[in-house]
Design a binder for this molecule. Sequence first.
Ligand code: PBG
Length: 337
Amino acid sequence: MINSAYTPPLDLVRRPRRNRQNAAIRALVREARVHADDLIQPLFVKDGAGVAEPITSLLGQSRLPVKALVAEVEALAKLGIRAVAVFPQIEPSLKDARGTYALNTKNWFFSAIKKLKAAVPDVLIIADVALDPYTDHGHDGVLDASGDVANDETVSILTHYAAALAEAGADIVAPSDMMDGRIGAIRDELDREGLTHTSIMAYAAKFASAYYGPFRDAVGSKAKAPLDKSTYQLDPANLREALLEARLDEDQGADILMVKPAGLYLDVIASLRGGTALPVAAYQVSGEYAQIHAAAAAGWLDLARARDESLLAIKRAGADMILTYFARAVAEKLRSA
Ligand code: PBG
């Protein structure tokens, strides 16, 4: 029989557990935190005077008509969320192959932004710049004869769309299209229009990801055939190429660089954080959110703990701010803590 009654202490200089022995010491040594100031709530907007329409694949998220949108943003502001990213769901009847409605001066989305800015002026409005809500094929730009997205023509359209969004009241325009040269072209157009104060948050490293599924559902950009955006979005295998894209966007005048998705690309966030002085944003995308919700609904994960851990990891990797569908829920928890 081995006598286990007495264990002499190990001769250790370092016992890392000392720094973890109670909640107070753990709080002192904590390296990353999620604060409401870091969070951006994405919101889906629809036309008309109807009611909020729940999005099945994004539990807890809805498409909001402008009145509900204003109420939601007011509630978010009270919770300390001071930035929202807005995405329109455009009616199928207004879509065509060229996304013409995007540049229509009567585009209802512009008036929604105007109303939101007037009602809640202190909350930052971030508006996505891409044609996918407007094209009937769901691509982010117009197609050339071969069926690929035409780079320069798309950029030209997007510069005007970005200026119109800024004119309507968007504080930050966020090109998500991944065309070459769009940041510089949009900066030029904004400046030409006297919109020098409008910021650009570049979707600098946006990957051709399987995790955008629920979003495409939410904005109704899901085409019949599976959408392949790999001639413009990044190959998920490529870190160096992501850093090159980010450098180009920085050189062309981006104010904030974004990595998207977030949780599967923590190495990209960390490398970018080390390689730029600009603020780094990360977009925890719809599929990341849906995944946690689905597992929680099945009873396989604790929703709040999995949510908090997923966001903490993104902060730890080096993101200064996170676009996340969890923003409101986290702010509510932080308020009550
Ligand atoms: C549009 C756009 C997409 C997302 C944000 N802007 C979808 C796509 O590129 O197909 C995805 C966001 C999410 O999944 O939450 N260019």
